[in-house]
Ligand binder design. Sequence first.
Ligand code: BTN
Length: 321
Amino acid sequence: MAKDSAVLKSLRDQKGQFVSGEEISKKLKVSRSAVWKEIQVLKNLGYEIGAGPHLGYRLLGIPDRMLPDELSAGIKTKFIGRQIISYEETRSTNDAVFHLGEEGLKEGVCVFAEHQTQGRGRLGRAWVSPKYKNILFSVLLRPDLSPAGVSKVTLMAAVSVVKTLRLLTGRRFHIKWPNDVLFHEKKLCGILTEMSSEPDRVNFIVVGIGINVNADPGELVKGATSLKEITGTWQSRIEISQTLLETFESDYLQLKKGEFEALAKKWEEFSSTSGKRVTATVLGRKIHGTAVGIDKEGALWIRTDSGLQEKILAGDVQHEK
Ligand code: BTN
């Protein structure tokens, strides 16, 4: 959608003050007409740029778009989101990142989209999101894990989302096993982890995250909510994405160090599943009981009504009222 723009950086550095076209062209060692052309490109992307005779240009406003330049500006990560591709529209950001994984790109590359034509959820469901309103992105990871260990990454991602949203909004979001982020039992965020693997080791993982940010109630599917609905105000998708990428990186580094237990503890703290009456559906079979918690693999344990304990590695869980 946009490349890293040195002209934009020059404008940003001025913090709203004028900078002359000549100064930019000298600094960047390009012609003044090249600067002018780049200014037109930025304007077309929605940047508000003021121009004054003898004064030059100044940045007045940035568009509410998930542009790589905005997502990268000031981000404090080392490798997550250091390379960002952003689409106005794509099939699914998970597909796009999967493709990059097959091409051998390094871990940390992220694909964002304003709209997905085939957005996917877990268990074959669709993920529907109105254009320009929400956060839709996927990240490529190459952890040294066996396929069975991948659920740890999924749980970790949910922990990163809840930490981020609690920090930025002060609201108490919860996790429904394995990784739905809820607010008062309404879904705010979904996470879809997909992988390419050999029988005993993972080649790469794609973690796809969808967060309802500024969608209005009428644009949401039944049972879903958005940050705007919860807080009553518009929220910055850029700020949320940057904080999330930073949190995600530090949690992922902890996971890589073999410290999943600390993350599992956080997961338990944020979980609204543990201790609840639940109905789990595993390959079409329904299990009724009380959720006990997760183990060190990230599997959910349920004490069934017959008194047995069942371990669930994958599937779907409904909280009973
Ligand atoms: C779920 O709750 O079922 C998971 C939803 C995951 C949605 C995200 S949006 C970005 C990424 N691309 C997709 O097609 N899906 C994930």
